[in-house]
Design a binder for this molecule. Structure first.
Ligand code: DAH
Length: 330
């Protein structure tokens, strides 16, 4: 019997214990065989043999159970160790995206005007003639309506050429006072270093009681805005013309590349044009049935701002989706 104690001792896997259990305790096992042999033993020895065999039976059972529990514990420990996740381990490097410079610039512009209590409105990109042109005091013969510039659908529908129609939609929807901006994509038939058929604008409009909105108000907010975007630059207002404003102005900042010295980017003028603006033309208010109001409006191209801020020479590169370019703006 002694050999079986050693065998149980030597077992290393729970699965090997079962074979031993059968070999010892099974119907044809060693214990059964030993008990069977008792019938040949002298009668006076039988009690002692049975007693001894029962002691073995008890001890082997206990040993087997103990061994099984111990091996199960070891196997569990080994399994847990093997499956353990090291949470301190570095993961494989993953690529995180970033905002496109145009969107990032747009966000910054919206952020400024939001802080000045301008509400953000949007309008459809497919517009009609009335909202894109007519209501904005752009009569039928105006050059901006030229087939060269505008993508037309049939029935006087078109891709909006600016975000100004959102002014009209907002005024038709609500009553003054109004303080709004309209960021969004616009479309023109144009393609070169500084023009793409799709680009983005932010439009601004403020309307209040007649006599309460002045050009000084407009000048103040645009100067403050341009300092927010470009830092310490000089700002100048140049008389200009837009059909929807009177008087109108174009706004320049001192060239951020040469600081006003004159360079290639500013065409040796020392100034960069960044905005169009003016006092809302009375014809525009008439088109939306507003009476006794005054207001100012402005519009800017987001790509132009992004190009100046990030010093990008070719506008088209912003729309090629080349990650090597975009990665530089993380
Ligand atoms: N809509 C003009 C454009 O696309 C930009 C603009 C100029 C908007 C003056 C305005 C404004 O509201 O007052 O070029």
């Amino acid at each position: 019997m002694k050999a079986w104690y050693d065998k149980i001792d030597a077992v290393e896997r729970v699965s090997d214990l079962e074979a031993i259990r059968i070999a010892v305790f099974g119907k044809k096992g060693v214990l059964a065989a030993e008990f069977a042999k008792m019938k040949d033993a002298p009668n006076e020895d039988k009690a002692a043999i049975a007693k001894e065999l029962n002691i073995h039976k008890g001890r082997l059972t206990a040993l087997l159970t103990q061994k099984k529990e111990m091996l199960q514990l070891h196997e569990l420990e080994a399994a847990m160790k093997a499956e353990a996740i090291d949470v301190t381990l570095y993961s494989a490097p993953s690529q995180s995206g970033s905002l496109h410079p145009v969107m990032e610039t747009m966000d910054r512009i919206v952020e400024y005007f939001s802080s000045m209590n301008f509400a953000v409105y949007t309008g459809p990109m497919i517009e009609d003639d009335f909202h894109n042109f007519e209501a904005l005091n752009l009569p039928k013969y105006h050059p901006a309506r030229d087939m060269q510039d505008t993508f037309y659908f049939k029935d006087e529908m078109l891709l909006r050429t600016h975000t100004s129609p959102v002014q009209i939609r907002t005024m038709l929807q609500s009553q003054p006072p109004i303080r709004m901006i309209a960021p969004g994509a616009v479309f023109r038939r144009d393609y070169d270093l500084t023009h793409t058929p799709m680009f983005h604008q932010v439009e601004g409009l403020l309307v209040d009681e007649a006599g309460s909105v002045s050009f000084a108000n407009l000048k103040f907010i645009l100067e403050d805005f341009l300092h927010y975007m470009f830092g310490d630059v000089a700002v100048r207002f140049r008389p200009s013309f837009f059909p929807f404003t009177e008087p109108s102005a174009e706004v320049d900042i001192s060239c951020i590349f040469c600081e006003g010295e004159g360079c290639r980017v500013c065409s040796k003028t020392g100034w960069l044009e960044v905005l169009g603006c003016g006092i809302v033309d009375s014809n525009v208010f008439q088109a939306v049935n507003y009476n006794n109001v005054s207001g100012y409006a402005f519009g800017l191209g987001v790509e132009r701002f992004a190009m100046l801020i990030h010093r990008i020479g070719d506008l088209r590169s912003l729309f090629e989706g080349d990650v090597r370019l975009l990665e530089q703006f993380r």
